[in-house]
Design a protein around this ligand. Structure first.
Ligand code: FA5
Length: 332
């Protein structure tokens, strides 16, 4: 018992958490003195055994309490020392950091918005939670339509969902404005997607132009988009491929020559020399019907801002745009 009480006395004088832990192990550890003393109890009998057990329990209680108090004191001291050491020194010399253009995504989004608003397109943001009707039905995708499966959707109850594209902004614009309409719908969209060129949340820009019949046609769409792509990418080749979207007829997808390999063939363009960049077409008559418009014609287009950012800023994994890695920002 003498050794045990010596250990207890030492508790109040140790000055580091490490030394305190050593003491605890010596006293209460698996191979500690108290454990050994308890093991010896079996050699005693009757009154002597009961008395020794009581003494050991008293010691255990006293040691545990003293240990907890000392630990708190030592932890407080350690924290105070650390806070003093980490204190910000406002007198330190200022190191000039280079000016930033902001996050590559915001930078690209702002460029696109500026370009189209200067051409007279009105900016719409729309709602992220949409009625199934605006996201699908009104865009000529009724419930049984197989095209709904092209976009893996996050659904809520009551026919609501996270919009899978910005195309619902077309319908809202047509329901609330009289032609001529010239708008862009911009903002986040959501799909159950995840790989180097797909993320569950991404942003799109939707374009819509509607005017009296025959005043708007595919030729206008082609001119507007080719001018835009040359503005963004400079001297690239643009390729139009016929495609399918339920809400446009005719429909097309637009590719640009690969900005990474100058069409030599690389991983990003999957050795085709071309990169798909957007979808577009003339507004389908059924869409006008759902929006309540008659005697009009129009065109629409939709593009992914992340995909454009990857190409304009030479980023080869789309997911890195959403990781908070300062090195990415510093590169801009
Ligand atoms: C659409 O979403 C159509 N609403 C576009 C459209 C509008 C066509 C108007 C015609 C007229 P699509 O599913 O292809 O089409 O997506 C358009 C763009 O969004 C793609 O080219 C791509 O750049 C981007 N995109 C699609 N899914 C993802 C994703 N998971 N992550 C990042 N970008 C994506």
């Amino acid at each position: 018992m003498q050794t045990l009480y010596t250990l207890l006395e030492q508790v109040s004088s140790v000055v580091t958490l490490k030394a305190l832990e050593d003491l605890r192990l010596q006293a209460l550890g698996k191979k500690g003195i108290l454990t050994q003393e308890f093991a010896q109890l079996k050699n005693l009998s009757g009154q002597e055994k009961a008395q020794k057990a009581q003494e050991l329990n008293h010691f255990k209680e006293a040691f545990t309490r003293a240990h907890a108090e000392r630990k708190q004191i030592l932890q407080d001291c350690e924290l105070e020392t650390r806070l003093k050491a980490e204190k910000i020194d406002p007198t330190l010399a200022y190191t000039q950091s280079s000016a930033s253009l902001g996050h590559p995504l915001s930078y690209t989004k702002d460029r696109i918005i500026t370009y189209f608003t200067q051409l007279g397109f009105k900016l719409h943001l729309g709602a992220l939670v949409e009625e199934e009707f605006y996201n699908f039905d009104a865009l000529n995708m009724p419930a049984y339509h197989p095209a709904r499966a092209m976009q893996d959707t996050f659904y809520f109850k009551d026919h609501k969902l996270l919009r899978t594209h910005t195309s619902p902004t077309q319908i809202h614009a047509m329901q609330t404005q009289k032609p001529p309409i010239k708008m862009i719908g911009v903002g986040p969209t959501f799909r159950r997607d995840y790989d180097t060129t797909h993320t569950p949340m991404f942003s799109q820009v939707e374009g819509l132009v509607v005017d009296l019949e025959h005043r708007v046609h595919f030729g206008h769409l082609k001119q507007v988009l080719e001018d835009f792509l040359h503005h963004l990418f400079g001297d690239v080749h643009v390729r139009w491929r016929s495609s399918f979207f339920p809400f446009t007829e005719p429909s097309a997808e637009v590719d640009i020559s690969c900005v990474f390999c100058a069409q030599e063939g690389c991983k990003v363009c999957k050795h085709t020399g071309w990169l798909e960049i957007l979808g577009a077409g003339c507004v389908h008559p059924n869409v006008f019907k759902h929006a309540g418009l008659k005697g009009v014609s129009g065109y629409a287009f939709g593009l992914g801002i992340e995909r454009l950012t990857m190409l304009t800023c030479a980023i080869n994994d789309l997911r890195s745009l959403f990781e908070t890695d300062l090195r990415l920002l510093e590169a801009f």
